[in-house]
Design a protein around this ligand. Sequence first.
Ligand code: TYM
Length: 332
Amino acid sequence: MKRIFSGVKPTGHLTLGNYLGAVRRWVEVDQHRADALFSVVDLHALTVEHDPARVRRLSRQAATLLMAAGLDPELCTLFVQSHVDEHARLSYLLECTATDGELRRMIQYKEKSVRAQAAGQGVRLSLLTYPVLMAADILAYGADEVPVGEDQTQHVELTRDLAVRFNQRYGHTFTVPRATRPEVAARVMDLQDPTSKMGKSHENGAGIVYLLDDADTVRRKIMRAVTDSGRDVEYDREAGPGVANLLDLLAAATGGNPEALAGVYETYGSLKKDTADAVVELLRPVRERHAELAADPGQVDLVLRDGARRARETARPLVDRAYRAIGLLPAG
Ligand code: TYM
């Protein structure tokens, strides 16, 4: 059976981008067809300026939302990264496999380190080593596939490189994973700035649909989305990124095809209205289920505890094998 690993980091409230780019597929496809593990990767949330209480709150909220979206602990393993020591253990071995140069080339490192410096904050060393920890997340479970949005492609490529390099130097230890992406909405764009990704830690929330936004808020954000200067509804991500983004959202929410949908609409207004309605309906059950689950946090905690136990059992032997392969003396 295939093994799948993916994760979401609790740096902000989960967005429609997270849902369409990753979570929805985990729920609808991945957990049914593979031995799938999904993690709230909280250690990754410490790589930039953070508030401890907020990270803790967002971690529980993310886990609750993943269950509300439909991850089923009977079908998959859901856990919090910091509950399983194997991630940090393996990360160090991979730091001894990666080079400084290849980490400095990572696009997200470049972007986020510039942002931290502009805000007068130091760049945490862990921001540089972030992709190594991400590689450890994946390799510790021998994952074959990593379902992610488009922005994670470079990180999964690095994971592959590290796995191959480790295997060549120290003997076959790791499965070389591959990224999988959704056909539509692999990169949902910000509604106010459709040339940049809809990201949960973006400053201005007006262009971001959060999974917990109420129906009126979702509708307002989509109706106010920036569109392009042209008049025709065309699917052209370069020339008309705002309209293309709306078509992607509508297609993802209704199961249609963005190019075909472009032919159906004459005005931006009607496209926005239908997109808003479709997204509201898509998110309604998630929000409702979240409210039920949030009323009983003990249930979520139990799922996470059991998930961590299962994750540990899976990762432990593989990480132990890597420790031996790289030359460390086994503890008696
Ligand atoms: P994160 O928390 O930023 O995002 C979680 C998932 O959502 C996808 N995503 C998007 N997809 C489409 N459009 C968007 N606007 C959008 N925004 C986010 C992301 O691609 C991701 O799949 N580094 C990862 C977390 C991570 C991880 C891992 C993922 C840590 N270790 C191991 C997979 C395997 C991240 O920051 O995701």
